[in-house]
Ligand binder design. Structure first.
Ligand code: SF4
Length: 280
């Protein structure tokens, strides 16, 4: 007992300062792919390598429209292996309130052989603009929880067909390093005690009814956060005989958290974003 106490004191505080401090993500971690749009010669090899359809292109009348949809991206890095114009970053704070904010669209004029000749336009995703404000949110997080819900925030986690990769990261939120309880945020065992549903998985057809019932059992105002590529879009499974293709196919979603799986910083970022929006 005394030995444990001695070790605890010797270790000191291990809890991250996030979101007041920057997220300490390993430089080896795979986050959002970054594309050198200005010097991109041809999107087709990277599009062919992408296993989820996150990177897609469509040609029409001498132009090509290329889209990168972070809701579908598993951060696998195959596009970066196929094309030197693409690199993988460790950027993980990518949550968005609207699914369309996760999409980057770029248009090129095509030259001979289908190569890019000229960059015609670029519409960045909305996630970049949201990374700055989350640090400001951290300072007033507790006040915001109280203002939005009048007390602490209770989360019910719902596994709607996940591989459990997201659950491993969610469990990390309760570890001494991320310690989500310091914000007055708790995980609860019943949707009847919950303010927020944190939903993982592409929503298997066997889980559809359970998810609907869980949503209905959660008292309003309630928030729904779709977690991971599967929760955002169906991920690698998409929509098929066994999978409905994402949480918003079944219940309304307030915030989408991309990643495969999203790390605890990304989850915390998404939860903070959700607290800025209330469904009455
Ligand atoms: S990282 Fe993987 S899933 Fe994401 S765009 Fe690249 S190839 Fe597609």
């Amino acid at each position: 007992m005394f030995e444990i106490l001695r070790k605890s004191f010797a270790t000191g505080v291990v809890t991250t300062g996030y979101p007041l401090a920057q997220a300490e993500v390993s430089t080896n971690a795979c986050g959002r792919p970054e594309i050198d749009f200005a010097n991109w010669k041809d999107a087709r090899p990277a599009v062919a390598a992408c296993p989820t359809g996150a990177l897609a292109c469509a040609d029409s009348s001498g132009t090509r429209t290329v889209t990168l949809d972070l809701a579908k991206c598993t951060f696998c890095g195959l596009c970066a292996e196929a094309d030197a114009a693409i690199g993988m970053t460790n950027v993980c704070e990518l949550a968005a309130r609207r699914k369309e904010d996760l999409v980057t669209t770029t248009e090129y004029e095509l030259g001979s052989g289908g190569a890019h000749q000229k960059l015609l336009g670029h519409q960045a995703s909305g996630t970049d603009s949201q990374r700055g404000p989350v640090e400001a949110l951290g300072a007033e997080l507790k006040a915001r929880v109280e203002k939005v819900l009048g007390r602490s925030l209770n989360i019910r986690e719902v596994d709607a067909g996940s591989c459990n990769g997201c659950e491993v990261e969610i469990a990390g939120l309760n570890s001494p390093v991320y310690d989500i309880e310091r914000f007055g945020i708790h995980f609860v065992a019943s949707p009847r005690h919950a303010d927020m549903l944190l939903v993982t998985g592409p929503v298997s057809r066997n889980m559809e009814l359970a998810l609907r019932k869980t949503y209905d059992a959660t008292p309003g105002p309630r928030l729904v956060v779709a977690v991971g590529a599967c929760g955002c879009s169906g991920g690698i499974f998409g929509q098929n005989y066994a999978s409905l293709g994402g949480v918003d196919k079944v219940i309304p979603v307030d915030v989408y958290v991309p990643g495969c799986p999203p790390n605890p910083y990304a989850l915390l970022h998404g939860i903070l974003l959700a607290l800025g929006k209330r469904r009455v």
